[in-house]
Design a protein around this ligand. Structure first.
Ligand code: FAD
Length: 384
């Protein structure tokens, strides 16, 4: 018997297990893969920002930023944290208007973000194409970290806190008795517990359905890549919200990691639904053109590796958190979309505290607004 089973060692499952153990609970995590973080966690490019349009996500990511930025001080482990901020340059009035329209809510939540004119953007992003540049936002408290280093450090910290890892073991069913969790069935037997957290990423809806809970999470595929390291020149992560002229990209983003590599990604248009994680030959030519169009000096970059992973997406672009309806002891941490890495620590800390004490660190009404019982079509995260 264990106090709680966390299903999934992903970007949300691992930090949730860590904070549950810190709350004094006996924690077991199961993952169908033979090692932790083999789902989308390791596919993330490591961007961490609180610059969202929806207050619950702003609050969660402010918590995450505080955790990422103090992680090395707290644990002694370097996770590649770099506090370079996020810059959203604008080349068209529609992006300028959109970015400026979010500043009011972002300032209300104490984000240090401002609109810069074109000359100031050029200073922050050396070598940026100045043709038609109108300006952009810069949020100086945002940053980036290495998903691989963070996953490895979390695993070590969890192990030290006594978290039991059951790897290569697939959860097949939530066992219930009288509308309460009674265990988690896996392909190796039943783990007895009265509490379980579903943090199964793109497989969340299948496992939730075994407890008769419908969660609107569907995966879609995204590719990314990383270059050989070059001399440091770029502080912030850059997000270009424009659709690409080739008609295949909705937006694209890139940054330079602490070790000097340039890391990059785009949102395909149309989206690619499904769980296919095989790389395509289409990604590199498309992203190369976008990178060169924005930073011509990238023409000598040497690309080291490409990969593909999944966004576990919800209709409104926000995660689903908290108690599952009608099954006592069952909790959801699912639907992270393209932001599970940045939300993971904040969600883990708040959800663990909620499970242990019934309270959250962020405002309760913000946390509760992310429950499964919301209207998924009422609002949409603008920067999803
Ligand atoms: C190319 C790319 C770039 C990205 N960049 C960023 C970024 O810069 N910043 C950011 O915040 N996010 C980014 N993301 C998104 C981020 O990676 C995801 O949102 C995040 O990984 C989702 O976390 P999760 O814990 O829900 O799922 P995952 O990390 O996928 O973890 C789910 C885990 O559950 C396990 N599992 C599933 N079903 C079962 C089962 N039945 N039994 C046992 N185990 C099971 C899986 O094996 C997996 O380990 C990016 C994603 C991609 C693909």
């Amino acid at each position: 018997m264990t106090d709680i089973v966390v299903i999934g060692t992903g970007a949300v499952g691992l930090p949730t297990a860590y904070y549950l153990a810190q709350e004094g609970m006996r924690v077991t995590v199961v993952d169908k893969e033979p090692a932790p973080a083999q789902g989308s966690f390791k596919a993330a490019i490591g961007g961490v920002r609180a610059t969202h349009s929806e207050p619950p996500k702003i609050a969660i990511c402010q918590d995450s930023l505080s955790i990422f930025s103090k992680w090395q001080e707290k644990t002694g482990t370097d996770i590649g944290w770099k506090n370079g901020g996020y810059c959203f340059p604008a080349y068209r009035p529609q992006e300028e208007d959109l970015l400026k329209s979010m500043l009011t809510v972002q300032h209300k939540h104490n984000l240090r973000i401002d609109w810069l004119d074109a000359e100031s953007v050029k200073k922050v992003v050396p070598g940026i194409n100045g043709n038609g540049l109108l300006g952009g936002t810069l949020s100086i408290d945002d940053g980036q970290a290495s998903p691989l280093l963070f996953a490895s450090s979390l695993t070590e910290e969890c192990t030290e806190l006594g978290v039991e890892f059951r790897l290569g073991e697939q959860a097949t069913r939530i066992v219930t008795r009288d509308d309460r969790v009674a265990g988690v069935e896996t392909d190796r037997g039943v783990i007895g517990t009265e509490n379980a957290v579903i943090a199964a990423g793109s497989r969340a809806s299948q496992i939730a359905a075994t407890a008769k809970i419908q969660v609107p999470v569907l995966p879609d595929s995204h590719e990314a890549g990383v270059s050989m390291p070059i001399e440091h020149f770029l502080d912030p992560l850059i997000v270009d919200l424009r659709p690409g002229p080739e008609g295949k990209t909705a937006n694209f983003y890139f940054g330079q990691t602490k070790d000097g590599s340039v890391i990059f990604c785009y949102t395909p248009s149309p989206l690619i639904p499904g769980e296919d994680r095989r790389c395509t030959s289409q990604f590199l030519p498309v992203i190369t053109n976008r990178l060169l169009q924005m930073i011509p000096r990238f023409k000598n970059l040497v690309i080291r590796r490409l990969w593909r992973g999944l966004y576990p997406s919800t209709p409104d672009g926000s995660p689903i958190l908290g108690r599952a309806p009608n099954v006592s002891g069952l909790y959801l941490a699912v639907g992270m979309c393209g932001q599970g890495f940045m939300m993971g620590p904040g969600i883990g800390r708040n959800l663990a505290h909620y499970i242990a004490t019934g309270k959250t660190y962020i405002e309760a009404k913000l946390f509760e607004s992310l429950s499964l019982q919301r209207d998924f079509y009422a609002r949409k995260e603008v920067l999803k």
